[in-house]
Structures are given as C-alpha cells and as structure tokens.
Write a protein that binds this ligand. Structure first.
Ligand code: ADP
Ligand code: ADP
Length: 234
C-alpha cells in the first residue's frame, strides 16, 4: 500500500538560461510503514523532492499522490489542511519556536489542529517522554543541545499522529554519535507506532541505518536503488 507516489515528476526553478532542472522525471513509490532514506549528494534534488511531497512547493509537471490524494490537483488551502492532518516535518535547522518551551513547541501543531488544551498537553508530555526528554518540558530551545532540540522537533512531528513524517537532512547539524541515536529513535518510532519515515541525507553513516536507500543523482532517482527492498551498506 503506497503512501507516496510520484509519476514523471519534474521541477524547474526559474526560466531561460538561468533555469535549474532540479527534478527531471522522478518515478517513485514509498509504501506505508517504510523507513526510507533519500540518499544523494548536495544539489541532487532531495529537498525539492521532500518539499513537493509535503506540498510546501508544487511540481512543474507530473503527479504527486500522498495517501491516495493527488496533491498536484489541490488548492493551496486543501494542501495546507492535508499537511496539517497527515504529515509531520523535521527540518535540518530544528525550526523550533524560540519563545515557546519544549512542551509548548510540541503542542503547537495540535493547537493548529484545534485539539483542546487538556488533550494536547497530555499528548505533548507523552511524546516528549517517548523521545527521552521527560523533565525538560519547561526548557526553551536555547537551553537545549542540538540533539535535544531535534528530539523536540521529532516529538512535535509525531504528536499529531501523522501518517507520514518527512525529515530533510535531520542530522546535518549533529555530531556522528548524536546523529546515529537520532536515526535509531526514528527507527524505533517507525517500528512501534507504524509511522512511515522518509528522511534525506548525504551522510553515508546515516544512509547505512535506513532500511531502504533511494539514491538520487542530478534530479533523478536511480532505478536500482529505488527498487531494492533492503539496503545493504557496501
Ligand atoms: P539537495 O536537497 O539534494 O541538496 P535541492 O533540492 O536543494 O538538493 O536542490 C536541487 C537543485 O535545485 C540545486 O541545483 C539547487 O541549487 C536548485 N534549487 C533548489 N532550490 C532552489 C530555488 N528555490 N531556486 C533556484 N534553484 C534552487
Ligand atoms: P507556516 O504556514 O508558515 O508553515 P504554521 O503556523 O503552519 O506556519 O507553522 C509554523 C511552524 O510550525 C512551521 O514553520 C513548523 O516549524 C511548525 N509546524 C507546522 N506544522 C508542522 C508539522 N506538521 N510538523 C512539524 N512542525 C510543524
């Protein structure tokens, strides 16, 4: 059962001689429950691909389906709604709101969803404990390490019980050990909660921890890499 389908997806930035063809015809299927990495060097199109799946940006041509909904046909409002209900995000730079503490940051998406205060507070506490941050609820982002901030971001991403979590280079700003433990945390949440995780990385050590490595080069998904069910590190 697919949760993400891309068919002939292209994305161009700009026009004329300065045009960048960031995606040049991507076909890709990711099934529910997968733990998949988009692997490729800087500039290969990983962020662009994730932004099209999340609906933060729109394809130039081709079809993008998320949970069987063709997002390429949705209005901006419908796309925002789908994003809020079904997708959690984790960003390279954590993107926590600096004036909110850890608990409030996690509650924020649930507030946007209109959940009541009692429910979202209880759920925020619960997911912070899942990511190993019990006792740190009242800390502000500036009072947390990079790894801890990214754990808050993961808690925020899963708090609203999304079908899918997209993470764009989630470990890029972390040292190797912290990066490894963060990927392990995502893998554990994938296994225990059944949430599909798709994350991008250019780090070979992080790629090795994915169950599937979708290789990208120069705006294309490498067929061999995209087909293999299990990625075996070289
Ligand atoms: P990656 O995430 O693998 O580093 P990106 O998707 O960020 O790759 O970029 C793919 C290509 O598209 C690169 O050549 C990049 O410079 C270009 N690009 C990305 N975003 C923009 C943008 N907003 N405007 C113009 N070019 C862009
Ligand atoms: P915007 O329309 O600028 O994205 P929002 O109010 O929807 O503004 O979101 C503000 C911030 O909350 C985002 O920049 C992001 O950091 C976070 N956020 C929103 N939705 C999610 C989500 N589903 N998962 C994780 N973080 C989210």
């Amino acid at each position: 059962m697919a949760i993400i389908q891309l068919e002939g997806v292209t994305k161009n930035y700009g026009t004329g001689v300065g045009q960048v063809r960031a995606l040049r015809g991507v076909d890709l299927v990711i099934d529910k429950g997968e733990f998949a990495a988009i692997c490729g060097p800087s500039g290969s199109g990983k962020s662009t691909l994730l932004n099209l799946v999340s609906g933060l940006d729109r394809a130039t041509s081709g079809r993008v389906l998320v949970d069987d909904v063709e997002t390429t046909k949705l209005s901006d409002a419908a796309l925002s709604h789908l994003r809020l209900q079904k997708i959690g995000f984790v960003f390279q730079a954590y993107n926590l709101i600096p004036v909110l503490d850890a608990l409030e940051n996690v509650e924020y998406v649930m507030m946007l969803q209109g959940r009541d205060l009692k429910e979202r507070r209880a759920r925020a506490r619960h997911v912070l404990s899942l990511v190993g941050l019990s006792g740190m609820e009242a800390r502000f982002p500036a009072e947390l390490s990079g790894g801890q901030q990214q754990r808050v971001a993961i808690a925020r991403a899963i708090a609203a019980e999304p079908r899918l979590v997209l993470a764009d280079e989630p470990t890029a700003n972390l040292d190797a050990k912290t990066a490894a433990s963060l990927i392990d945390l995502m893998a554990e949440l994938n296994e225990t909660k059944g949430i599909t995780f798709v994350f991008s990385t250019h780090d070979p050590a992080v790629m090795r921890r994915a169950r599937r490595c979708i290789a990208m080069t120069d705006g294309l998904v490498d067929e061999a890499g995209s087909r293999s069910g299990d990625f075996v590190a070289a």
